[in-house]
Design a protein around this ligand. Structure first.
Ligand SMILES: NC(=O)c1ccc[n+]([C@@H]2O[C@H](COP(=O)([O-])OP(=O)(O)OC[C@H]3O[C@@H](n4cnc5c(N)ncnc54)[C@H](OP(=O)(O)O)[C@@H]3O)[C@@H](O)[C@H]2O)c1
Length: 290
């Protein structure tokens, strides 16, 4: 059974047969420094996840390469057995090296192993949504995705994956994947200041496909802009709240996955996303990324 009502800001969005709250949670910050190794505060990490679910969030974004393995195991410890209403979205296509780097790992045998690792570490028989991450963290790299995406389509046909998505991709790669098998979401870098995907957001909205921006708060370098600070001050809100509310109002297919290792920040983000921005506020904020 899935829930289709929520009191969270922005309501819900449906990916395939999975209905999720548009305010979700990104679990990457739960691993140790540099997204490597265990967190300093293990119990605190469990608390963040349990609070997210208590607040009504039904969309958690993760990957087995966070840690590696650490974040998924914490999710399992905190939340397994999972509520029927919870959707866990994971991603494959990279691995961690000894220095904490993120080299590509997209040969078919590496993708199969990554899916099996996700299943084991999350404690699942089928993964709800798997994103194929193709480019680098700063953006897409052009090129055909036929071989790695084809490998994931096979794993989907075997029943290990329910729905497919893409991450760090361009419009051509989205179209190439769509010609092979449907996607339900695209996860790319996008926020108030980084708007190179504006056209992609709109075209995916027309196709009923979710757009899930990573680094919604700027990621490792928090968003900083005098225009953002001015709007936040005028509304008596934090810049983070304004940045999340702007995303939520930008397009109905945008799903939020802000990352935090703090229960207090999680609560702030969920409440902040509900801030109502006037057309004048939006016009000022739009000028930041143009
Ligand atoms: N597909 C990809 O390649 C890719 C790449 C990167 C990320 N992701 C996904 O996207 C999610 C979001 O990205 P992200 O976590 O890197 O970046 P983000 O959400 O833009 O920002 C996270 C940073 O903001 C801080 N923060 C969060 N809420 C705050 C608040 N209310 N007040 C002050 N600081 C706050 C966090 O620190 P605290 O922990 O101290 O709150 C953390 O340092 C990740 O969790 C991950 O699931 C995907």
């Amino acid at each position: 059974m899935t829930t289709s009502t929520t009191s969270l800001p922005g309501g819900t969005w449906t990916m395939g047969d999975l209905t999720v709250t548009r305010v979700g949670y990104g679990a990457m910050q739960l691993a140790g420094p540099g997204v490597f190794g265990p967190p300093a505060d293990h119990d605190g990490a469990l608390d963040v996840l349990r609070t997210a679910v208590e607040l009504g969030i039904t969309h958690i974004d993760t990957s087995d390469f966070y840690g590696p393995h650490v974040t998924n195991r914490i999710i399992k410890e905190a939340l397994h057995p999972y509520a029927d209403s919870l959707t866990i979205v994971t991603k494959v296509g990279a691995r961690r090296d000894a220095e904490g780097g993120w080299p590509h790992a997209r040969a078919p045998h590496e993708l199969r192993q990554a899916v099996l690792d996700n299943l084991e570490n999350l404690g699942l028989d089928t993964l709800d949504v798997v994103n194929l991450r193709l480019g680098a963290v700063e953006g897409p790299e052009p090129g055909s995705l036929a071989e790695p995406y084809g490998a994931l389509v096979e794993l989907q046909q075997e029943g290990l994956i329910r729905h497919l998505g893409l991450s760090t991709v361009n419009a051509e790669q989205v179209a190439e994947a769509q010609a092979m098998a449907p996607i339900v979401c695209v996860q790319n870098l996008y926020n108030l200041a980084r708007r190179s995907d504006d056209e992609l957001v709109d075209s995916l909205a027309e196709q009923g496909i979710a757009y899930v921006p990573y680094f919604p708060l700027g990621g490792f370098s928090p968003l900083q802009s005098s225009a953002l600070s001015a709007v936040a001050e005028r509304l008596d809100a934090s810049p983070m709240a304004v940045a999340l509310a702007w995303l939520l109002q930008r397009s109905p297919n945008i799903l939020l996955i802000p990352g935090t290792s703090s229960v207090a920040h999680l609560r702030e983000n969920v409440a902040g996303a509900g801030l109502v921005l006037s057309p004048e506020d939006v016009a000022e904020l739009d000028a930041i990324g143009r």
